[in-house]
Design a protein around this ligand. Structure first.
Ligand code: PMT
Length: 314
């Protein structure tokens, strides 16, 4: 039998603690993971689309959150272009990276039958589709895009926790870009009707619990050295920037991207503790995400250069 010196043991259980056994210092001092070119890998977890809140365990009805997933899908493409590996945590059926230009409701208008009876893509869409297929395959095959789907708030938060704790070892090279529209209220699983709620029983009274905000937990416990960006959506422009500022401080975010429902496709504000920067789209075919991701990548680089990756004012 091997006896460990008492200082290497947890006083209650007698087991070694990670701090004492050197496990923690091993990981803290390990060099960052590198890509094939020898540069440290940067990984971003992009969350996208709305979460649902089921009202029944065998779900027929649910409450939904507004989000097409376009912001997350577009941002993913620009992150991949900037050299990031993206974990795309998305609502099933929402907008996907490299598919944003495909028609949603008239898919068949995109294709034609060629003279030799094969299917061809109608011009002028062919060029766009070729580019999209090429970029998508490259991203997946070279390990720059991993897609993880969710539907409910339960799935979303469990997947986020799983991804975040796995990304902890990337330290400051990890980034979270939380664009998903997350439910604020939910029915706890154990209080939920098992079967379809019957309308014959009259009007429905339902009490919804508050979904705990996970942002601070993510920031402080799951991946404390990562660079964290959350979003703030409001319908009242007069309170938007103030709420974004508050969210940043309250949840320890490095950046909050503020957008207003009426203009969110054309304009966002990047709010940090020192400044606010407006980012606008320059027309229908221009993605504001291009400039937004440029700004965030530059901020992330500054974050990585800080000694511990942790801000001084935290
Ligand atoms: O997908 P599109 O159609 O392109 O639309 C994009 C968008 C408008 C959905 C996107 O730009 C956006 O603003 N996403 C966040 C919407 C939102 O849920 O805002 P909020 O103010 O309710 O939440 C703020 C932040 O807290 C979010 O980053 C959210 O991930 C997080 N949150 C929210 C509730 C909760 N219980 N826990 C959370 O962690």
């Amino acid at each position: 039998m091997i006896y460990l010196p008492t200082k290497l043991m947890d006083s209650k259980s007698g087991m070694e603690t990670p701090q004492e056994s050197g496990v923690e210092s091993f990981f803290n001092s390990a060099p960052p993971l590198k890509d094939q070119s020898g540069k440290p890998i940067r990984v971003v977890c992009v969350t996208s689309g709305g979460t649902t809140v089921p009202l029944e365990q065998r779900c027929v009805r649910y409450i939904d959150n507004f989000s097409s997933g376009n912001r997350g899908a577009a941002s993913t493409e620009y992150f991949v272009k900037a050299g990031y590996a993206v974990i795309f945590v998305h609502r099933r059926g929402s907008c996907q990276p490299y598919c944003r230009y495909l028609p949603q409701d008239s898919f068949l208008d995109f294709f034609d039958i060629a003279e030799n009876s094969t299917i061809k893509v109608c011009e002028p869409h062919g060029t766009v589709v070729k580019g999209a297929i090429r970029d998508y395959r490259k991203a997946v095959e070279e390990g720059f895009l991993l897609k993880l789907p969710f539907t409910t708030i339960f799935e979303y938060l469990q997947i986020l926790q799983m991804v975040a704790t796995s990304m902890r070892c990337l330290k400051s090279h990890g980034m979270f870009y939380l664009a998903a529209a997350v439910s604020d209220f939910y029915v706890p699983w154990e209080n939920m009707a098992k079967h379809k709620i019957q309308s014959a029983e009259g009007p429905l009274d339902m009490r919804l619990n508050q979904v705990p905000k996970m942002l601070l937990v993510l920031r402080k416990e799951w991946a404390p050295a990562a660079f964290c960006i959350s979003f703030k959506l409001e319908t009242d422009p007069d309170i938007l920037l103030q709420k974004a500022d508050m969210a940043m401080r309250k949840h320890g975010m490095h950046v909050v991207v503020a957008n207003e429902l009426a203009t969110y496709k054309r304009e966002v504000s990047v709010v940090t503790s020192g400044e606010k920067t407006r980012v606008c789209s320059h027309g229908q075919d221009h993605d504001l995400e291009e400039e937004l991701i440029d700004i965030l990548v530059a901020r992330h680089s500054e974050h990585i250069k800080k000694p511990s990756g942790i801000d001084v004012n935290e």
